[in-house]
Design a binder for this molecule. Structure first.
Ligand code: SF4
Length: 334
């Protein structure tokens, strides 16, 4: 029995579905994006297999991710044609419906979208997301038109006006200064004060990848990450979770610094952005954080379930997966 005074930490159990790795941007740290000749669209059969495996493993979240505006890249039409798909957004909706049928709640990060496309996805998603990453104009984003901070802030405001529970965050170690981090966190906080839709802010350390411009960049140190988590906790309103990824960094010092969420972990799929960084085992996580009340949550936070902001087609599944406190119904005996 957990002491009720223990600090509560949350995480979700997900599967990662890379819808397409075609992307119009060329971020200087990315190993996810592929050139058109190597790019792919996830097949229905592959998506079905992952969703079935996720359901069997007790996951509640289907994390759909894709490169940004792939339709603006030469070669996109032939990738769609080979896969027998007429329209990418229709296909994404179809995959979200499949996830819901199999008992997983979609959370989609599709990069910048126009409002019409965001509204097409909204009913099928428990929550959605887009990393702000930074508000600084950095060399690593020189060839990434979609990483313009003003565009990303506008998109996040649009999601707020539509009342979409939203996940965002910053990247640490891509050439930004501490002052830049404070500015990005302040902009996120201001968006939340205006619209009330931010559910979590990820503090994501750079994990340098071979073959990228930042391959030799130093890993952000723990002291720097703790400073950033403390700053985030101070700047961002208290009803917004501060999330750290437990496959990239030891979460314990960061939890002590103010982090309250560990994001999605998976026993089925790898971290699609950092496939060389294995997820911690769920049971091990409970053991190493036994000083805390570690609870599984859904991809939508309890407050937004109360508000009814999750997509209308996710309602019956959310209701069957959430307990009275809005977290996932489950008893742990670890
Ligand atoms: S937008 Fe995302 S997928 Fe595209 S290059 Fe940048 S990090 Fe990679």
């Amino acid at each position: 029995m957990k002491n009720l005074k223990m600090k509560t930490l949350t995480y979700s159990k997900n599967i990662f579905l890379p819808v397409t790795d075609l992307c119009r941007n060329h971020c200087g740290y990315c190993s996810f994006r592929k050139e058109p000749k190597d790019a792919h669209l996830i097949s229905r059969s592959r998506a079905l297999l992952l969703l079935e495996q996720g359901a069997q493993a007790g996951c509640s979240e289907a994390l759909f991710t894709m490169g940004e505006s792939p339709w603006s890249v030469l070669g996109f039409d032939s990738i769609l044609a080979v896969a027998g798909v007429a329209d990418l957004l229709d296909y994404l909706v179809e995959l979200c419906e499949l996830a819901l049928e199999l008992g997983l709640l979609p959370h989609t990060n599709a990069g910048l979208l126009v409002q019409e496309d965001l509204q097409r996805l909204q009913p099928y998603n428990a929550s959605m997301g887009l990393m702000l990453e930074t508000t600084a104009l950095l060399e690593v984003h020189a060839k990434s038109p979609g990483k313009r901070p003003d565009l990303r802030l506008q998109y996040m405001a649009m999601a707020g006006r539509l009342k979409i529970p939203f996940t965002t965050g910053i990247l640490v170690g891509i050439g930004e200064s501490r002052r830049d981090r404070v500015e990005a966190l302040t902009k996120i906080a201001n968006l939340h004060r205006a619209f009330g839709h931010i559910q979590e802010v990820i503090i994501q350390p750079l994990d340098p990848k071979p073959g990228t411009a930042l391959e030799k960049a130093p890993l952000p140190g723990m002291m720097d990450l703790c400073w950033t988590v403390e700053a985030a906790r101070e700047i961002v309103p208290p009803d917004v979770a501060i999330q750290v990824p437990p496959n990239l960094v030891d979460p314990r010092p960061l939890v002590a610094a103010g982090a309250t969420d560990l994001g999605g972990i998976s026993s089925v799929t790898l971290d699609g952005i950092n496939p060389d960084r294995a997820w911690p085992d769920e049971e091990d996580l409970h053991r190493s954080l036994s000083d805390y009340n570690l609870r599984e949550r859904l991809p939508v936070y309890p407050r937004f379930i109360d508000l009814g902001w999750h997509g209308r087609k996710t309602r019956s599944l959310v209701n069957s997966l959430a307990g009275e406190d809005g977290l996932r119904v489950k008893k742990y005996i670890f």
